[in-house]
Design a protein around this ligand. Structure first.
Ligand SMILES: O=C([O-])C(=O)C[C@H](O)[C@@H](O)C(=O)[O-]
Ligand SMILES: [Mg+2]
Length: 452
């Protein structure tokens, strides 16, 4: 992997013109950005395998009154390059001026080479654009401001979004084919999950998820093995967990005929088939014949992509993700558009920590038409930066009424993860699942699409 230019490595104080804060004010006096590397198991997807450590960015906004709000977003270099100048513009900004965050982000130039003709993580996050990069960065700042605002006002974040419509948010088990451990040359930390490379391994993983967390719906990350092997894994899950909602997501790895083959085989078994093929046109072709609802977090990831996808009836469910969509309030706007078009809403997840999980839960609690259990990678993330990990009960998280997000940053947990980022030679600072795969298989190249 080519080493990338390093951003300022230490937590950065906001700089730039300051307005004079007044007592009891909601004015931001300082912003701290802390890039970290978080342990990630060897989870497989169609691009390759997760790196032993994955980058995240922790954002703290501090008001003139000394109230600190926390947010979290992607931590790859291109996100840091945008977050740093944006942080510099925030001194004197009020934490309630959430709409103004996007305008400030637009003042920050995006390095075109980072986004032109590019897809993110080999396409797992859809097509990359400067706007999308900005939205992902803004999302972390928006959450931090909402947390600080909630703490100042004595209100939970869901109240600032209009109030919760449910007390618990349901999550699904996110099953992955995986290796027992990362190759020795890659480093990383072993866990006790063991390998999962066939239907029996997938079922065993699902059983542990069900027993430990109480999840009752299951999603398998596909696009790893021949489609028929993945069909067999879903059938094995259906047999072990009769009547439970099941999803399969190959991240766009299949052609239209292969997608239709899988849909036909799993009709009546799957709750939805997620991104079987890539691009709205191909999704529309599959949707017309599949007889299974199609979901996406790849071809509808921005407001600009909605019109074509919805008018072509290419997707029946959108997986929202407040990082992609620019924050919690934009997630609610997406929900309103989906409601208007009769399109279902679910929630996508990536390698996030407890701050983002709390944010997801607050917004999910406010959306009346969140029709499906949300995805979460959280059980795979054994490290966190908050004082107390969030705990799933019966597959759900309780919606807290504690002011702000209801989580507390633990500096003692943050510091070693930041030190790991500082010590890294650049190998892990940008997530690259194909590069991680090449450690085990030097001949591996990013698979062409469609792969099957
Ligand atoms: O639902 C999805 O498409 C994802 O969660 C994308 C992720 O990047 C997932 O594939 C992963 O982390 O391997
Ligand atoms: Mg997906």
């Amino acid at each position: 992997m080519t080493p990338t230019p390093r951003p300022t490595p230490t937590p950065a104080a906001a700089s730039g013109p300051r307005r004079t804060p007044r007592a009891g004010s909601l004015v931001i006096s300082e912003v701290r950005l802390t890039p970290i590397l978080v342990a990630d198991p060897p989870l497989l997807n169609t691009q390759g395998v997760h790196q032993p450590y994955t980058p995240r960015l922790i954002i703290e906004v501090v008001t003139a009154d000394g109230v600190t709000g926390v947010g979290e977003t992607y931590g790859d270099t291109k996100y840091l390059e945008l977050a740093q100048p944006l942080a510099g513009k925030l001194a004197g900004h009020r934490i309630t001026e959430l709409n103004g965050l996007s305008a400030l982000a637009e003042e920050v130039a995006v390095n075109a080479a980072r986004v032109e003709n590019s897809v993110d993580v080999g396409g797992l996050r859809g097509v990359q654009t400067a706007d999308k990069l900005r939205l992902s960065v803004v999302s972390g700042f928006e959450v931090a401001c909402l947390d600080a605002w909630g703490k100042t006002a004595g209100l939970p974040v869901h109240a600032l979004l209009g109030g919760k419509v449910r007390d618990r948010v349901e999550y699904s088990a996110y099953l992955f084919y995986r290796w027992k451990e990362h190759p020795r040359a890659a480093g990383g930390q072993a866990d006790d999950w063991g390998a999962a490379a066939d239907p029996a391994g997938v079922v065993a993983q699902a059983e542990r998820f069900a027993e430990t967390y109480g999840f009752t719906s299951f999603k398998l990350k596909g696009g790893v093995f021949e489609p028929d092997q993945e069909i067999a894994a879903i059938r094995a899950l259906a047999e072990r967990f009769p009547g439970r909602p099941l999803r399969l997501d190959p991240n766009g790895a299949w052609s239209v005929p292969t997608s239709l083959h899988v849909a036909t085989e799993l009709r009546g078994v799957l709750e939805y088939l997620e991104d079987p093929t890539s691009g709205t046109a191909r999704m529309a072709e599959v949707a017309a014949e599949a007889g299974v609802p199609l979901a996406t977090n790849m071809c509808v990831t921005t407001f600009g992509e909605i019109r074509e996808a919805f008018t072509k009836d290419a997707v029946q469910v959108v997986l929202s993700d407040h990082h992609y969509w620019g924050g919690l309030r934009n997630t609610r706007e997406l929900a309103a558009v989906c409601r208007a078009f009769g399109v279902g809403l679910s929630m996508h997840s990536n390698t996030h920590l407890g701050i983002s999980l709390a944010a997801m839960t607050h917004v999910a609690a406010t959306v009346p038409n969140l029709d499906y259990a949300c995805d979460s990678h959280y059980p795979w993330q054994t490290e966190d930066v908050i004082t107390e990990r969030l705990a799933f009960r019966d597959g759900c998280l309780d919606v807290t009424d504690t002011p702000g997000l209801g989580v507390e940053l633990d500096p003692a947990k943050l510091a070693p993860l930041h030190q790991r980022w500082l010590d890294d030679d650049g190998t892990m600072r940008d997530r690259d699942d194909a590069a991680a795969m090449r450690v085990a298989d030097p001949g591996w190249t990013t698979p062409r699409t469609p792969r099957w």
